[in-house]
Design a protein around this ligand. Structure first.
Ligand SMILES: NC(=O)C1=CN([C@@H]2O[C@H](COP(=O)(O)OP(=O)(O)OC[C@H]3O[C@@H](n4cnc5c(N)ncnc54)[C@H](OP(=O)(O)O)[C@@H]3O)[C@@H](O)[C@H]2O)C=CC1
Ligand SMILES: O=C(O)C(=O)[C@@H](O)[C@H](O)C(=O)CO
Length: 288
């Protein structure tokens, strides 16, 4: 049974929910596990659950779904209180493969349903992501997933799904941080009821030494990571910073007792330099 740190009541969090386009609610702040080694994942996710995170972002590609499932079970937090996202790996875009991959993800997590399942990358030169999406629509018609969405889709990829399929993705998970603010793609999503999730929200640490961010952090008495994560939240995006460092896991969750002024929000947004730290979705066709 899970015992939280002194003074913390397990299950009580102050994270707001975002309501997705099918009515499902997702905690706006979660915990990401990309690059968390499989053998460390149970411990990392247990730490996050202990501090109050109730949303975990994993993927078949990360090789650590098993550890996520083990942590949720060991935490004592009821399964229905944790929002779990996973993603279809790049080698399984053919519809029959996608259905099997989804079954494998549930088996590896040791769960009988997933909260959110995403196409991880559009892979424009591999198969046809609209056909893959139809396979996810079939899965969504069962009670084994609460919402489906996509990741790394550009507006023209989303437009194809809108034109050719019957389900509007609940989310689009894309790289966003102060050096890559993606306002056009975010607006496209908002106009069509697609919530935006921001991956690498602190650009894996690259933005934390920026003098604009450090100056604001110093003035408001917070860390650069907290200021950056707060910027995402005030923009309305969903975030899930990753850390295997206990103090940072706690720090990244302490975002709800301060706010940024509009000039500070604008100053972070003005740092945009359209800098991708990850692959360009239009050119990325990698199969692990
Ligand atoms: N859909 C997609 O294609 C992608 C999705 N993602 C998702 O987004 C999540 C977050 O993105 P990710 O790429 O992991 O990068 P993040 O922007 O969350 O940064 C993680 C890095 O920053 C460090 N860090 C975390 N918190 C702090 C802090 N408070 N102060 C200083 N350093 C800190 C971590 O170090 P340490 O762990 O050593 O503490 C780690 O090196 C992923 O885990 C994954 O779930 C990510 C990439 C692509
Ligand atoms: O972390 C993810 O979710 C990713 O998709 C990335 O790792 C991406 O595939 C990549 O950076 C590969 O080099």
């Amino acid at each position: 049974m899970f015992h939280g740190p002194a003074g913390r009541v397990p299950g009580m969090t102050n994270v707001p929910d975002i309501t997705l386009n099918n009515g499902v609610r997702i905690p706006q702040l979660g915990f990401g596990v990309y690059q968390v080694p499989p053998e460390d994942t149970k411990e990392a996710v247990l730490t996050a659950l202990e501090f109050g995170y109730r949303h975990i972002d994993t993927a078949e590609m990360y090789g650590n779904e098993q550890g996520v499932g083990e942590a949720v079970r060991a935490s004592g937090v009821p399964r229905e209180d944790v929002f779990v996202t996973s993603k279809l790996n790049n080698g399984f875009h053919a519809p029959a493969d996608a259905r099997k991959a989804f079954d494998r993800t549930l088996a590896d997590l040791g769960m009988d349903y997933l909260d959110l399942f995403l196409i991880h990358w559009p892979l424009p030169k591999v198969g046809d992501f609209a056909e893959t999406w139809k396979a996810l629509e079939e899965i969504a018609a069962t009670d084994r997933v609460r919402a489906i969405g996509v990741s790394n889709f550009q507006a023209h990829h989303l437009q194809r799904l809108l034109d050719e399929t019957g389900t509007v993705p609940a989310v689009n998970q894309i790289e966003i941080h102060p050096y890559l603010v993606q306002d056009e793609l975010r607006s496209f999503g908002a106009a069509h009821g697609i919530a935006t999730e921001a991956w690498s929200p602190i650009a894996q640490g690259r933005v934390l030494g920026d003098p604009v961010i450090t100056a604001i952090a110093e003035r408001v008495g917070r860390t650069p990571a907290q200021v950056t994560l707060r910027w995402h939240l005030q923009r309305g995006d969903i975030v899930f910073p990753k850390s295997v460092t206990r103090a940072r896991v706690e720090e990244n969750f302490a975002l709800f007792d301060f706010s940024l002024t509009q000039p500070d929000m604008d100053a972070l947004t003005a740092l945009n330099r359209d800098l991708r730290t990850g692959p360009d979705p239009d050119d990325f066709n990698w199969i692990p």
